[in-house]
Design a protein around this ligand. Structure first.
Ligand code: 5GP
Length: 361
C-alpha cells in the first residue's frame, strides 16, 4: 500500500455527503437519537453495513442528509473530507455536492454552498488553494497563525467544486443550481455534475440547464450508464460532456460512441462492485478502456459509504489488473489532463508529479 499512499493523486469523482467519516456520522446520529429524531440503533446498523445495493445506497443518502442538514454540520464535514483526502496525498480534489434548501432552518442553495466554502477555509492540516493564482485569496485561505516559512513547508491541496444536480430535481431547480455555479465561479466552482438515483428523472428535463451551463463555460460531468438505459446513454454521449462517471451498462454501440468521442471516464471500482452494478471486479470495464488507451481516471465516488480511499482504489486496480508501479504512476499523472481547473493549475500539478517521480528514483 506504501507507494499507492505516498504517490500524489488526483480525485475527480467524490461526493461530499458520501465521503463523511463513519465516526462523524455515528456522532451526529447519536445526537439525533438522543433528541428522538431517529432511532440510533437502527441507524447505526445501516451506517456500518458493508455491502449495499444501488437502491439501498440511495436510501442511505436520504438518511445521511437527515444527519447533515444544518450549516455548521455542512462546514464540519467539508473540513474533515478535505483533510482526509489531503492526508493520503491527494494534491487536487474536485469535490461535488448537491446544493440543498431547507426553509425550516433558513438554508438556501447559496447558504449551503457558503457553508461548504467555510469548511474549506477551516481546513488547517494542509493549505487549501481554492482560487487560481489570486495571491490574496490564497493567503486568506491559510490559517492566520501560520507564518510564511511554515507555509512553504506545508503541503497544499488544490480544491475545486462541482455543483450536483439531483435527478429528483425539476428543470427550474436544476437551472437555479447552474446560476449559482456561475455566480460562484470566483469561489472555486468549475462545473456541474448530474447525479442521484439513475432510475429517477428524465434526461430531457436536465438538458436545457446543462446546455446553458455548457454555453456559459462551466464544465460538465454526467453519471452515465449506471443502469440499462441505452437511449439516455446515447443522448448523454451526444451532449459531449467533458467527462462521465461510471459508464457501466453500455452496449456495443454505446461503447463505440464513447470511444469515438474520447470522453474521459471516472472509474469507481469499489463503488461499482459494492452496489452490484459490476458483479465481479475482474470483469470491470476498466480493462477494456485501459487496453483501448481510452482516457480514464480512478476515483472513489463515496469514501464513507463504500469504506474506501483513493490509495485503496489504486492498489485494487494494480493487484486486480496486474499493473506495475510505473503504469499506475502514469495513470495517476494522466488525470491532470481531465481536471476542470485552468492551465495554471494543470502546470502546477505537472510539476508536482514530475518532482514526485524524481524523488522516487
Ligand atoms: P451530496 O451531493 O449530498 O454531497 O452527496 C450525496 C449525493 O450524491 C447522493 O444523494 C446522490 O445524489 C449522489 N451520489 C452519490 N453517489 C452516487 C452514485 O454512485 N451514483 C449516483 N447516481 N449518484 C450518487
Amino acid at each position: 500500500m506504501d507507494w499507492c499512499f505516498s504517490q500524489p493523486k488526483i480525485e475527480l469523482h467524490a461526493h461530499l455527503n458520501g465521503s463523511i467519516r463513519n465516526s462523524t456520522l455515528l456522532e451526529l446520529a447519536k445526537v439525533l437519537g438522543e433528541n428522538n429524531v431517529i432511532d440510533f440503533a437502527d441507524v447505526e446498523d445501516v451506517i456500518l453495513k458493508d455491502d449495499r445495493s444501488l437502491v439501498e445506497t440511495f436510501k442511505l443518502f436520504d438518511l445521511i442528509h437527515i444527519l447533515t442538514t444544518d450549516h455548521a454540520t455542512v462546514t464540519r464535514i467539508t473540513k474533515e473530507v478535505v483533510e482526509d483526502f489531503a492526508s493520503e496525498n491527494i494534491v487536487y480534489l474536485e469535490l461535488r455536492t448537491t446544493p440543498k434548501k431547507n426553509e425550516a432552518i433558513g438554508m438556501t442553495k447559496r447558504s449551503y454552498m457558503e457553508a461548504v466554502i467555510k469548511g474549506l477555509r477551516a481546513v488547517d492540516s494542509v493549505d487549501v488553494s481554492l482560487v487560481p493564482f489570486d495571491e490574496d485569496s490564497i493567503t486568506s485561505l491559510v490559517s492566520p497563525s501560520i507564518n510564511c516559512l511554515e507555509k512553504d513547508k506545508r503541503r497544499k491541496i488544490y480544491v475545486r467544486l462541482l455543483l450536483s444536480i439531483d435527478r429528483r430535481e425539476t428543470t427550474e431547480a436544476a437551472m437555479e443550481t447552474v446560476l449559482l455555479a456561475l455566480a460562484m465561479k470566483k469561489m472555486g466552482v468549475v462545473g456541474i455534475d448530474l447525479s442521484g438515483n439513475p432510475i429517477v428523472g428524465e434526461w430531457s428535463s436536465f438538458l436545457p440547464p446543462l446546455t446553458f451551463a455548457k454555453e456559459q463555460g462551466l464544465c460538465i460531468t454526467l453519471h452515465c450508464g449506471e443502469v440499462y438505459n441505452p437511449k439516455e446513454v446515447h443522448d448523454m454521449l451526444d451532449f459531449q460532456p467533458q467527462r462521465i462517471g461510471h459508464a457501466i451498462c453500455l452496449g456495443d454501440e454505446e461503447w463505440k460512441k464513447l470511444k469515438s468521442y474520447s470522453i474521459p471516464v471516472e472509474i469507481c471500482l469499489t463503488s461499482n462492485v459494492r452496489t452490484g452494478c459490476v458483479p465481479f471486479i475482474n470483469d470491470h470495464h476498466f480493462v477494456d478502456l485501459y487496453k483501448a488507451n481510452h482516457p480514464i481516471v480512478l476515483c472513489t465516488d463515496d469514501t464513507g459509504v463504500f469504506s474506501t480511499s483513493l490509495s485503496r482504489e489504486y492498489l485494487l486496480a494494480a493487484s486486480t489488473f496486474g499493473l506495475d508501479r510505473a503504469e499506475m504512476v502514469k495513470l495517476a499523472a494522466d488525470a491532470i489532463e481531465f481536471v476542470f481547473a485552468d492551465d495554471g493549475v494543470k502546470n502546477a500539478l505537472r510539476q508536482i508529479f514530475t518532482s514526485a517521480k524524481f524523488g522516487a528514483l
